[in-house]
Design a protein around this ligand. Structure first.
Ligand code: GLC
Length: 638
């Protein structure tokens, strides 16, 4: 049962879209009204697990941490970092009672979950205006399913978006892109898309293409598509102040930008220099901005990534130029309090609705892409809120080439799924810092299971394309694995989306009575049949795995798949750098295909079935159709 309780006068977020019963007095939390907000408190049992909070640091069990929902561009993802790029205010208490709570407010929310051993969950909602949705069910998984059923279906990316993508901030010209594609071709490593970072634009002006660097994007993208490689350009939130540029001119003329205290377009610096921020809270602005993507879709582009949409501000008309990227918290907050949105003729302070900005930019793009192109599109965003999953996926921002961030990538997946975000992934290999061969191979072995599998790296860092490292055949094996497991991954993703399920589940969701399974965070269930057990530590070839039941162990390497039986309990596996080991649950099957050098070569019909199950329900379609329903599921028998 899900019930909605309203406090104050909440700003509508459209996060929950299904009708929900309203209640008067909730008893899950005790409540303290304070001057600047409401504090919700709840005592935690000693062994109660607290899940959720989407894109946050620490782990699957959020106990012991303090998390601040306030979308933030800061690349220093330390373990105790309170805020990242997205805000996903859904938490799930798995104690004697199984309770889900969604604090639906676009303002700042602080979750202190047994922080400093308080033994309590303390949730402070700034402003005190929110809808609180409470769900109670028999099981934690039941609560999750119910929550997912009210926030709407995940965005459905095309099949090619499940291929491997290469990206780097620093690719400037068409030649750079061709070189990358050739590098992958020569090494025989599959590739489906290359991302275009800000340098493809004319002076970082949205919806422009630098003609010197890309003289004819339309022919170039067609030629690349011929090879099975798509181009995926970036779009930034800030529109450069550039009289003569149609986006700028129209935005000013029509009053489509956020305004400062004087009612003039607010000016803040991002990559292009001074910019204005489109006021995505206005539906007509979303439609206008979203339709601009057609400038690129008309040139054969059908995938985008939306960036800098917290929105990120380097400095502004109010804060000094000396501020470096990212501006420190104090200045950022000051800026967010001094610019405004216009909703139904009323001025709304940005600070109070801050967490909606990236979501609504994604909605702007997603709604119009959906209308303007006749097949599925790829879209992922950096900043998000619950609800943005209906329009696009996310990537988890500017991580670093370190082992802790590899681990973090894995830990965030079930938490994101719990908040509706199915299509997600991290910068494989790490954005900042210099990836080693070992780290990149291990990271690819993990990303091989995440829907978004993209190698992305920061300008100035060591080149991170797979073919640049020694013994490229190992990369061919690991990336090649993704293309062999794709029939399963694609099918499980689509079924999860169509049935409001998670793709990544903690073991405890399926084995709730197994004490040991309840504490495990470095193994995850992926879909209905598979358990992933990646190596997450430097220099390690062995790792311990806990099996909550007898399973089939699958080893993949250059020779292909080999299966053996594994007994319930603890086992140690050896996984070389050029191998992947995973497990298949008892009585289940995993369809695998023959692979290919890109998804266009994959035949989803041609599969072999691994595991000891009898049937597998495979979702399959042409990878582009918008007609995605469960009628596309066929039953395979072993
Ligand atoms: C931001 C993005 C990063 C991108 C860079 C340049 O830092 O998070 O992915 O490469 O901007 O556009």
């Amino acid at each position: 049962m899900i019930v909605k309780y309203t406090f104050g006068n909440p700003f509508p977020t459209d996060a929950v879209i299904a009708p929900v019963n309203e209640g008067e007095n909730q008893t899950v939390f005790s409540l303290r009204r304070e001057k600047d907000g409401i504090l919700f408190e709840r005592a935690l049992q000693a062994d109660e697990i607290v899940y959720g909070l989407g894109e946050t640091m620490r782990g699957i069990n959020k106990r012991g941490g303090r998390y601040v929902s306030f979308n933030t561009d800061d690349m220093h993802h330390r373990e105790d970092m309170p805020s990242l790029y997205g805000s996903h205010n859904f938490i799930l208490f798995d104690g004697e009672r199984k309770i889900g709570a969604f604090f639906d407010t676009p303002a700042c929310v602080t979750f202190s979950i047994d922080f400093e051993k308080s033994g309590k969950a303390e949730i402070f909602c700034e402003g005190g205006n929110l809808n609180l949705y409470l769900i109670e069910s028999e099981s934690a998984y039941g609560v999750a399913r119910e929550f997912l059923s009210v926030i709407g279906r995940s965005f459905l990316p095309p099949l090619w978006a499940f291929g491997f993508g290469q990206s780097r901030w620093g690719y400037k010209t068409q030649k750079d892109i061709q070189r990358v594609v050739r590098g992958y071709e020569k090494a025989g490593i599959p590739l489906d898309y290359v991302c275009l970072d800000i340098d493809y634009m004319d002076r970082f002006i949205d919806f422009t293409v630098n003609k010197k660097r890309f003289p004819d994007l339309k022919s170039f993208s067609a030629a690349m598509k011929e090879k099975g490689v798509r181009l995926v350009p970036i779009i930034d939130a800030g529109v450069k102040i550039e009289p003569g540029d149609p986006t700028y001119d129209e935005g000013v003329e029509k009053g489509y930008f956020c305004v400062n205290e004087e009612g003039k377009p607010f000016a803040a610096a991002v990559w292009p220099g001074m910019t204005h921020f489109p006021d995505f809270l206005q539906p007509q602005v979303r439609e206008w901005f979203g339709n601009k993507y057609a400038i690129l879709t008309d040139q054969g582009i059908d995938g985008f990534w939306n960036d800098m949409n917290e929105p990120s501000i380097f400095h502004s008309e109010y804060t000094p130029r000396s501020q470096k990227y990212p501006a420190n918290e104090k200045y950022r907050e000051r800026d967010y309090k001094r610019f405004f949105h216009t909703v139904d003729g009323k001025k709304i302070r940005h600070y109070d609705v801050h967490n909606l900005y990236g979501y609504l930019m994604t909605r702007a793009a997603g709604e119009q892409l959906q209308r303007n192109i006749d097949h599925r599109y790829l879209l992922f965003t950096r900043s998000s809120y619950i609800g943005s999953h209906r329009y696009g996926g996310i990537w988890t921002g500017d991580n670093a080439s370190c082992w802790e961030h590899l681990r973090q990538n894995m830990l965030q997946m079930p938490s994101l799924n719990l908040c509706g975000i199915l299509y997600a992934g991290a910068d494989t290999g790490g954005f900042g810092g210099n990836a080693t061969r070992e780290l990149l191979l291990r990271w690819l072995a993990l990303s091989a299971f995440t829907p978004l599998m993209r190698n992305h790296c920061m300008i100035g860092m060591r080149r991170q394309e797979c073919y640049r490292f020694s013994r490229a055949e190992d990369f061919k094996t690991i990336v090649g694995f993704r293309y062999r497991i794709l029939p399963y991954l694609y099918s499980e993703f689509m079924k999860a989306a169509l049935t409001n399920d998670m793709l990544f589940k903690p073991l405890s969701f399926l084995f709730p009575d197994d004490e040991r399974a309840r504490g495990i965070e470095d193994q995850l269930l992926v879909g209905d049949s598979l358990m992933m057990t990646p190596v997450l530590e430097k220099g390690k070839k062995k790792r311990t795995v806990y099996l909550p039941e007898d399973m089939t162990m699958v080893r993949y390497n250059r020779e292909g798949f080999s299966c053996s039986q594994a007994q319930k309990g603890e086992t140690t596996i050896t996984v070389n750098l050029n191998e992947i080991v995973f497990f298949i649950r008892k009585g289940k099957l995993v369809p695998v295909g023959n692979g290919g050098k890109n998804t266009a070569e994959i035949d989803l019909n041609e599969v072999a079935l691994l595991g000891d199950g009898k049937i597998y329900e495979q979702y399959l379609d042409d990878g582009l159709t918008k007609d995605c329903t469960l009628k596309n599921v066929r039953v395979l028998k072993k």
